[in-house]
Design a protein around this ligand. Structure first.
Ligand SMILES: [Zn+2]
Length: 80
């Protein structure tokens, strides 16, 4: 923990958006990392949660890609 954090507390900023609800946070002064768990609480970003988040992120981006495809198909149907 840096001296800044000891005195002023951590200064967390979003380091990664995993899904709409889950984000990873990083302190801009030290290497402390947090994430949102399934209950929306902030917890320490452990290797286990990093793994969970990377899986969540894959599922999320796949879902986004599928939604975009469906939108395109709907648009296509409307114009044809
Ligand atoms: Zn810190």
């Amino acid at each position: 923990m840096s001296l800044y954090c000891t005195v002023f507390g951590h200064d967390f900023e979003v380091s990664k958006k995993v899904t709409y609800h889950v984000k990873e946070y990083k302190c801009s002064h030290c290497r402390n990392q947090l994430t949102t768990n399934g209950n929306g609480q902030l917890i320490k970003l452990t290797p286990k949660y990093k793994e969970i988040n990377s899986i969540l992120s894959r599922i999320h981006s796949k879902r986004q890609a599928k939604l975009r495809r469906e939108e395109l198909q709907t648009a296509y149907k409307m114009t044809s």
